[in-house]
Design a protein around this ligand. Structure first.
Ligand code: URA
Length: 223
């Protein structure tokens, strides 16, 4: 058995090749293991772990922040309002979501009750760090050619620094292992722009970022 340490996302915590404990062999095994995750207290809040989904060898891995209310209930990433907008914008530029792996930096829904609503709360650094365990496993199994960081939390998880993303957006950076990371905004930020003209301009910029993906990884183009 090859027990050579593999560098993943960050070199400080190597996963062991060939070890079922540290590195499940398949995404399905990882998804099953993640259902029992207690690595941070957020498992107490969420309905379920929302693991990533997509082809096992997808060339692109989109990384969001954390599941929202709808994702928490459905158990799937990006199926609520931000996910629907994300799907629309992908389609508009000719990117096929079915060819991409879509996941989140944090796999449980962090929220607090507000009347009959569950109000989204941003994950903190310790929660992002704890959940990097699963993102590393997804990265090690899928081995994408390109990560796309959707917003500050994903950028923090993938690059170690989540600051100044408006300055860094539309640029390619790298994970600690040298895999390119395209930085862009989170699709939910596009839903919060009240002025229609500003919202249209922000969507256009987001489409521009998605087009950078297609230039780099044409295999993700819709048929
Ligand atoms: N926002 C995210 O970051 N991820 C989801 O899955 C849904 C909303």
């Amino acid at each position: 058995m090859d027990r050579k340490p593999r560098r993943t996302l960050e070199s400080d915590m190597p996963l062991l090749e060939g070890s079922d404990v540290a590195l499940p062999r398949t995404l399905d095994a990882a998804r099953e293991a993640a259902k029992l995750c207690t690595r941070c207290p957020l498992y107490l809040l969420g309905t379920q772990t929302v693991f990533g989904e997509g082809p096992a060898k997808a060339p692109i891995m989109f990384v969001g922040e954390q599941p929202g209310d709808k994702e928490d209930i459905a158990g799937r990433p990006f199926v609520g309002p931000a996910g629907r907008l994300f799907d629309t914008l992908l389609q508009e530029v000719g990117l096929d979501r079915a060819k991409c792996y879509v996941t989140n930096a944090v796999k449980h829904f962090k929220h607090e009750p507000r009347g009959s609503f569950r109000l989204h709360k941003k994950p903190d650094t310790s929660e992002i760090e704890a959940c990097k365990w699963w993102l590393r496993i997804e990265a090690a199994l899928v081995k994408p050619k390109l990560f796309v960081a959707l917003g500050a939390t994903a950028t923090q998880s993938l690059t170690g620094n989540g600051r100044d993303i408006l300055k860094r957006r539309s640029h390619f950076e790298q994970t600690a292992d040298g895999v390119p990371v395209l930085i862009t905004v989170h699709p939910s930020s596009l839903l919060r722009i009240p002025n229609a003209r500003d919202a249209a301009a922000a969507r256009q910029m987001f489409r521009g970022d998605l087009e950078l993906i297609l230039d780099r990884v044409p295999a993700a183009k819709a048929a």
